[in-house]
Design a protein around this ligand. Structure first.
Ligand code: NIG
Ligand code: FE
Length: 408
């Protein structure tokens, strides 16, 4: 074997090649005194070290620490120009997220700053952000466009994302989000913008192979469920798998729309209805929940327990973006998922590994520590799983392995 992780105090991992739902979400494998053998970037051995004579060219002593799969952040907006710290004062003065957007700020402020940035600038900034994510345990990150809102602007963001995928140690999975807002130049003709997304952007993204998924912001004052369904239908015709930001602020039937539109995942879901949650369970839509966004917007929290008991697989992600979630450390939403959603540490571990991987169609490759999977792992400065949901507020990652290489 090329690499051996030995003296693992506790190995914690979900198992399987698809999302885990219901009681299975909290049913993880725990192995004390474990070892992981790695060969050609893949896991060749995982299990108890007791009585085993394991040999490798390179041996890492984990010092009795906790080891989990590499963390999968299945929802980020990590390619953008500028920041939005100036919104803080407006928020504190009582303006809502949608009020700021309606006045031409919020997402539209980042659109201006992203349009002004070159592809190289977006790439270089993205590399720094990915390095920081990696240091907090993220080995795979989804990455949405949505701050260009023009054909060239969206393609520029996705081309930067493609370069990030080629150069970063973090595996980057791009998503097209042209329907993130109506840009100012189409303010009085939303139909024309929707046609631009469907007739020009989606075919161009497909032609360059720039994204695997198409997302949309289905929300009051943004895109209606009917418009969302239409755009996602066009995306599907062009081979892009649908995803949707739904029911974040107002309950407008977004979860129901996501189920009807064949979405692989639905995001936010703070206001999702019972019928919407049932529809998601029936259509195997994964819930990508974003508790750090609830925290940042000072809103209520999605009903994660109801989702799990209804049979919806739950993933937890950062939603890292310059507005509603400027935090890229996935350990923070992990902690909030425990504290606010009342998920168990085991359920949250599945949410940020195997279920996150399933939300970006990668659960056969990553998301668990099992023979044959890509060797992505985190060595934690923690003796057990409970500890990382208790010592919140500081980075508890000791070391990160991606594709069998020690990269942090
Ligand atoms: O998921 N809600 C829509 N989109 C992002 C926020 C984008 C922004 O504010 O820049 C989200 O929260
Ligand atoms: Fe988002």
């Amino acid at each position: 074997m090329e690499l051996l992780l030995q003296n693992i105090g506790l190995l914690a991992t979900p198992t399987g090649n698809s999302a885990r739902k219901g009681a299975a979400q909290g049913n993880i494998t725990l192995i004390e005194n474990a070892a992981i053998g790695i060969e050609a970037g893949r896991i060749a051995y995982v299990g108890s070290a007791a009585g085993k004579e394991l040999k490798a060219e390179r041996v890492v002593d984990c010092g009795g620490r906790l080891v989990t799969p590499g963390l999968v952040d299945a929802h980020t907006h990590l390619v953008f120009g500028g920041w939005r710290q100036k919104e803080m004062a407006r928020k504190l003065a009582g303006e809502s997220y949608l009020d700021i957007l309606k006045s031409g700020g919020g997402i539209l402020d980042t659109v201006r700053q992203t349009r002004a940035a070159s592809e190289d600038e977006l790439f270089e900034k993205g590399m720094l952000l990915l390095d920081a994510m990696l240091a907090h345990g993220t080995t795979t990150a989804e990455c949405k466009s949505g701050y260009g809102l023009s054909v060239e602007g969206e393609l520029k963001q996705l081309r930067a994302a493609r370069r990030l995928a080629q150069h970063s140690a973090v595996q980057v999975v791009p998503t097209f989000l042209g329907a993130h807002a109506i840009p100012p130049e189409y303010k009085s003709d939303r139909k024309a913008y929707i046609n631009l997304v469907c007739d020009e952007m989606i075919p161009a993204v497909q032609a360059e192979g720039l994204a695997q998924f198409c997302d949309i912001f289905c929300e009051s004052a943004v895109f209606t469920p009917e418009e969302s369904r239409y755009i996602l239908g066009k995306a599907l015709e062009h081979g892009l798998v649908p995803k949707a930001h739904v029911d974040e602020i107002d309950p407008i039937g977004g979860a129901e729309m996501a189920a009807a539109a064949h979405c692989i995942s639905a995001e936010h879901l703070i206001q999702a209805s019972d019928a919407g949650i049932r529809a998601m369970a029936e259509h195997n839509v994964i819930a990508c929940l974003l508790p750090a966004t609830s925290f940042c917007l000072d809103k209520s929290y999605a009903r994660a327990r109801a989702m799990i008991s209804t049979g919806v697989a739950v993933a937890v992600c950062t939603d890292f973006n310059p507005g509603s979630s400027p935090n890229l450390n996935i350990q923070f939403p992990m902690y909030l998922a425990c504290l606010k959603y009342k998920l168990t540490p085991a359920e949250v571990l599945t949410a940020v590994t195997l279920n996150g991987a399933a939300a970006i169609n990668l659960s056969a490759e990553i998301g668990s520590l099992e023979v044959g999977k890509q060797a992505d792992a985190v060595i934690w400065d923690a003796p057990d799983l409970d500890y990382i949901f208790y010592r919140y507020g500081s980075n508890l990652v000791r070391s990160v392995i991606k594709n069998g290489k020690i990269i942090f």
